[in-house]
Design a binder for this molecule. Structure first.
Ligand SMILES: [Mn+2]
Length: 335
């Protein structure tokens, strides 16, 4: 059984994010890393910081991201795109060109026998009146037509700057931390909604840019997915279990390093915990130098974790470059 993934809030293209290109590449590498394991991917909104489609024109950029999504849908992976409050102005391009399934409203759906309520989360229980008003304007068809009559050079500039401004007015450009069960409006909304819909197993949201995993009853679990600006968090459902995970490139640092080596020959055993389980590595090879760092500075070596044998270059603290052959066994699978 393949996995189903959920993530949100990448805000690609944001003028408030300095690491823009790296930011896009990272989500693309993640999507690439799950393409063979994924049955479906749910993008729960605000993937773009400002997306507005015109009849014959779409925003500049995002080629890697859109290309990767198209690759996935061409492979047969279902990719669902929920509009957020930053990227709701899509009128068919993402469906036709990239094969996405676009949702403009919350969706209740069944996945592997469990009932999911999926939504970006904006406008659900938020008492802020100016936000409500703005949301009404954003969703108003007449206003959308008017806006699109503006030349993109002004329309897009306005949109991107509005999105930047709405990020910058927050302290350090980050959302306020979790306010607690009785103050967090998405939690309050969900509790109300549950009263009439007791069949739902999972409520999943984006929008808040916080990571939250809450049991609201014996059966009902609510999650807020964090973001893909700073947190790189996602939820994954394998048909039985739901995990909240973080995409860390190169996975974690080695947590144990037993070293027995002669002047030139290295032989060590190393336990390495990754998101996928516990691995035992036997390393052997040659190194030039007197000291081995306990930290891989070149984490790329772990990328090949699927392989049983691979080679790695890494740099020791002392500055020497070491080349080794690795033999790895997965001795405990956390999934
Ligand atoms: Mn949002």
């Amino acid at each position: 059984m393949k996995n189903v993934y959920f993530l949100s809030d990448a805000h690609l293209g944001s003028l408030a994010i300095e690491h823009g290109r790296m930011h896009e590449r990272r989500i693309v590498r993640f999507l690439d890393s799950i393409k063979h394991k994924a049955e479906a991917i749910y993008l729960l909104g605000d993937l773009f910081d400002f997306w507005n489609e015109y009849k014959m024109v779409v925003p500049k950029g995002y080629t890697r991201f859109l290309g990767k999504l198209s690759e996935l849908t061409d492979m047969g992976v279902e990719v669902h795109f929920f509009v957020g409050n930053h990227d709701l102005w899509t009128y068919g391009y993402l469906e036709e060109e990239c094969g996405l399934i676009v949702h403009k409203k919350p969706l209740t759906t069944e996945i592997y026998g469990k009932v999911f309520y999926l939504a970006h989360g904006d406008g659900l229980g938020d008492p802020d009146n100016s936000f409500k008003f703005l949301r009404r304007v954003f969703h108003n068809r007449f206003c959308q037509v008017l806006f699109n009559a503006l030349h993109p050079r002004w329309g897009m500039a306005f949109g991107l700057n509005w999105a930047k401004h709405s990020r910058m007015k927050r302290a350090e450009g980050k959302e306020p931390p979790y306010m607690g069960e009785d103050k967090e409006y998405l939690v309050k909304y969900t509790k109300e909604y549950m009263k009439d819909h007791d069949d739902i197993d999972f409520f999943l949201y984006g929008h808040r840019h916080i990571e939250l995993d809450l049991m609201l009853s014996k059966k009902t679990r609510m999650m807020i997915l964090g973001d893909w600006i700073w947190q790189f968090t996602y939820a994954v459902f394998d048909g039985e279990h739901m995990f909240m995970e973080q995409y860390v490139e190169g996975e974690s640092q080695p947590n144990l390093f037993i070293n027995t080596y002669g002047p030139r020959l290295v032989l060590c055993l190393m336990l390495h915990e990754t998101g996928r389980g516990l691995w035992l590595f036997a390393l052997h090879g040659f190194f030039i130098g007197y000291e081995i760092s306990h930290k891989f500075q070149h984490a790329r070596c772990v990328v090949a974790r699927k392989c049983k044998i691979f080679s790695a270059f890494y740099r020791a603290k002392s500055g020497f470059i070491i080349h080794q052959l690795f033999f790895g066994w997965q001795i405990f699978n956390s999934r």
